[in-house]
Design a protein around this ligand. Structure first.
Ligand code: SAM
Length: 209
């Protein structure tokens, strides 16, 4: 494990932290996607942490949601599992390889939150390039990227969220939402116009530096 991710989650305890503000934006984005859904929703969250950005939103939604959260840290995964509503599976697994969730895809909503500040630019590009294979036509990815990451692995000059935005646009995604907060976090929602994704055999797309 690249750092103490349980300790990282403690920043959520401060309601004024940038992370808590980001949580509100991510939850709002997911809430909007679920509210707009016209049928059952299949959801996948990579590097899901304790699931606080997804599980309360799913629980409160009128939508019929099934899906999978993938988290490597056993304690965080256990916390998520303990809070997961019916229909949501939590896998203690490596989200850096698509083999861990190829059976779930393509999904309607994919969360890639808390990943892009922890991997190299090449891994960001690989992850974005693989994202269409994980989404149905018309599906959405919710992603985050901080501009205030300690020991940021990027070599991009400027706001690294711009790198991510550009990669999604170049891959054929339509940008639906982009939030740039003065505290440093960025949240994007991008729509995949299609065709339906076909997950390939397991592929390594990232590992945390
Ligand atoms: C920055 S946190 C984000 C957590 C959550 N998505 C959120 O935004 O609250 C990154 C999470 O990724 C997990 N993680 C790190 N490497 C992973 C991997 N290869 N597969 C799955 N989870 C991983 C960490 O344990 C941590 O919970």
């Amino acid at each position: 494990m690249s750092r103490d991710w349980q300790q990282w989650h403690e920043h959520y305890d401060d309601p004024d932290s940038s992370l808590s503000k980001r949580l509100t934006v991510v939850r709002g984005a997911l809430q909007g996607l679920l509210a707009a859904a016209e049928g059952p929703v299949r959801l996948l969250s990579l590097c899901a942490g304790d699931g606080r950005d997804t599980l309360p939103v799913v629980r409160a939604s009128d939508a019929s949601v099934t899906g999978v959260l993938v988290e490597l840290d056993p304690e965080l995964a256990a916390r998520a599992r303990a809070n997961a509503p019916a229909g949501i599976e939590v896998r203690t697994a490596d989200a850096g390889t698509t083999a861990s969730y190829a059976d779930v895809a393509p999904v309607d909503v994919l969360l890639e939150c808390g990943i892009f500040g922890n991997v190299t630019d090449d891994d960001i590009a690989r992850t974005v390039a693989a994202t269409p294979s994980l989404l149905v036509a018309g599906g959405h990815v919710v992603w985050t990227r901080g501009n205030n990451v300690p020991r940021d692995p990027t070599s991009y000059e400027g706001d690294p969220a711009e790198l991510v935005r550009g990669l999604f646009l170049d891959a054929g995604f339509e940008e639906v939402v982009f939030v740039s907060d003065p505290s440093g976090f960025r949240v994007g929602v991008s729509r995949w116009p299609g065709p339906d994704g076909v997950p390939g055999p397991g592929q390594r797309v990232f590992h945390f530096v």
